[in-house]
Design a protein around this ligand. Structure first.
Ligand code: UDP
Length: 237
């Protein structure tokens, strides 16, 4: 096994990843397997912050007949539901976890305070950032980039359904080519589906590398941190 290369990581889990085969809702087995991998990282002394998406429950873009801001508020609430599920799975296996939300809902989570989040991480607690950035018209990818920059995370571990970044959709095009390495500019210019452009730009401006990999096997989280060459890495020149 190679030695871990990071001290503080930000794990971005798409909402769909929590849904497993069902595609919608929350698959408890999937969530508890992810929790086990996160536990392994914390046992090795790696500080783990998590941002969870909400697409398995609600997406602002799909709120037809609704004003966008209301729909996005619903999407942000979906990320809080996922955050609570993730916290529960981690606490069940003895991992101290705090959820901090970008919008106050103090009966169920702390409000996001950067220094407090950093203190939790230093104490070995996992911190889950819920409610995205707290603003409509943004995504949880952007929340991941923003929080990673704020807490000085060395890398964003971008766990997806597919095993990296391709030049076309690998599900519909079997000839799609996978990239091992890309620059932020490649992603922006080729309009590759890694993160949205706001999130990619934020990573570029703050020099935060992105490791994209599949969560089909939750142990991939550990493999990526161990420096195994799986998935795609996006970074500067
Ligand atoms: N969302 C938002 N602001 C944020 C983060 C998320 O308004 O900072 C909303 C938005 O409606 C989005 C939903 O929350 O569709 C779920 O977030 P996610 O990034 O998972 O969206 P997806 O990429 O699945 O559409």
């Amino acid at each position: 096994m190679q030695s871990a290369q990071y001290k503080r990581v930000l794990l971005k889990l798409s909402g769909e990843a929590l849904a497993g085969e069902k595609g919608v809702g929350i698959d408890n087995t999937v969530v508890s397997n992810i929790a086990k991998s996160v536990k392994t990282l914390t046992e090795r002394g790696i500080q783990v912050a998590i941002v969870v998406g909400g697409g398995n429950i609600f997406r602002g873009r799909s709120g037809e007949g609704m004003d966008r801001t209301t729909a996005d508020h619903m999407g942000m609430l979906a990320t809080v539901i996922n955050s609570l599920a993730m916290r529960s799975a981690l606490e069940n296996i003895g991992v101290d976890t705090r959820v901090q939300t970008a919008i106050e809902m103090q009966a169920m989570a702390e409000v996001y305070i950067r220094l407090r989040a950093m203190r939790h991480l230093e104490k070995g607690r996992v911190v889950i950032f819920g409610a995205g950035t707290g603003n409509p018209y943004f995504s949880t990818d952007t929340a991941a980039a923003l929080r990673a920059a704020e807490i000085d995370a060395e890398v964003i571990l971008l766990a997806k359904k597919v095993d990296g970044v391709y030049d076309d959709d690998p599900i519909t095009n079997p000839n799609a080519k996978k990239f091992d390495h890309l620059t932020y500019i490649d992603v922006l210019q080729k309009n590759l589906k890694v993160m949205d452009s706001t999130a990619t730009s934020l990573c570029m401006d703050n020099n935060i590398p992105i490791r994209v990999f599949s969560l089909e096997d939750p142990e991939n989280i550990i493999r990526v941190v161990d420096g195994e060459k799986i998935g795609t890495i996006v970074e500067g020149e």
